[in-house]
Design a protein around this ligand. Structure first.
Ligand SMILES: Nc1ncnc2c1ncn2[C@@H]1O[C@H](COP(=O)(O)OP(=O)(O)O)[C@@H](O)[C@H]1O
Ligand SMILES: O=c1ccn([C@@H]2O[C@H](COP(=O)(O)O)[C@@H](O)[C@H]2O)c(=O)[nH]1
Length: 206
């Protein structure tokens, strides 16, 4: 296997990063792609009571274990497998189990804060920013967090105003300039998905 290609897909919460990643996966042979969610690298917080975990700013770079993520990406790029952590959004901490991820030709890393850390940025061969308006993102987030992450409407709105929005303006939006490709609206932008899939197929056939 030639050196794996690392593709970073970033953008604000609810922009459609996971949807874009899944769409790309759908069009390619499954055994050629591994998807790594940055969310899996939120710090373990078992030592804190739930009331304290709820107060953490999950949109600030310090809430991720970026050293571990960087080490794991380098291992995958060297053809080695990793034990990826898994995150529990309802309990705001890691699950006990890890997931074994084998190295593949294409590694897709997706998450909100991929372009802020220079070392992480340096590892990516292709950098993609999913650009969706804030009003659409907050509506998607309200629906998803209530349905899938055990939240109330009040808690989603409060978190959005106190930490999510300020951190987005400080750490996500300004780093759009590092993107090679900007996808407006995300997962339903079929033209953008087709172009990216074509590029990946060309890399795989090389
Ligand atoms: N283009 C779209 N149109 C409608 N809903 C979408 C679209 N893209 C994503 N969604 C929905 O919005 C929510 C957030 O999308 P997701 O891909 O998980 O975003 P992210 O990974 O950036 O947080 C999900 O419930 C998803 O199904
Ligand atoms: O314990 C946690 C960890 C993270 N979050 C929020 O998740 C989003 C990132 O996930 P997306 O899928 O990109 O939306 C981030 O904005 C954090 O605020 C959380 O609420 N609790």
């Amino acid at each position: 296997m030639s050196k794996p290609i690392l593709i970073g897909i970033t953008g604000g919460t609810g922009s459609g990063k996971s949807t874009v990643s899944r769409q790309i996966l759908k069009h390619l042979p499954e055994q050629s792609i591994a998807i790594i969610p940055q969310d899996a690298y939120y710090k373990n917080q078992d030592h804190l009571p739930l009331e304290e975990r709820i107060k953490v700013n999950y949109d600030h770079p310090f809430s991720f274990e970026t050293d571990l993520l960087t080490r794991h990406l380098k291992a995958l790029q060297n053809g080695e497998s990793i034990e990826m952590p898994q995150y529990d959004f309802e309990r705001h901490t890691r699950k006990k189990e890890t997931l074994t991820i084998e190295s593949r030709n294409i590694i897709i890393l997706e998450g909100i804060l991929l372009f802020d850390d220079p070392d992480l940025r340096e590892l990516m061969d292709i950098k993609i920013f999913v650009d969706t308006d804030a009003d659409v993102r907050i509506i998607r987030r309200i629906m998803r967090d209530i349905k899938e992450r055990g939240r109330s409407l009040d808690s989603v709105i409060n978190q959005y105003m106190t930490t999510v929005r300020p951190a987005h303006l400080q750490f996500v939006e300004p780093n759009k300039k590092y993107a090679d490709i900007i996808i407006p609206e995300g997962g339903k932008n079929q033209v953008a998905i087709d172009i990216i899939v074509t590029k990946i197929k060309a890399i795989l056939e090389d």
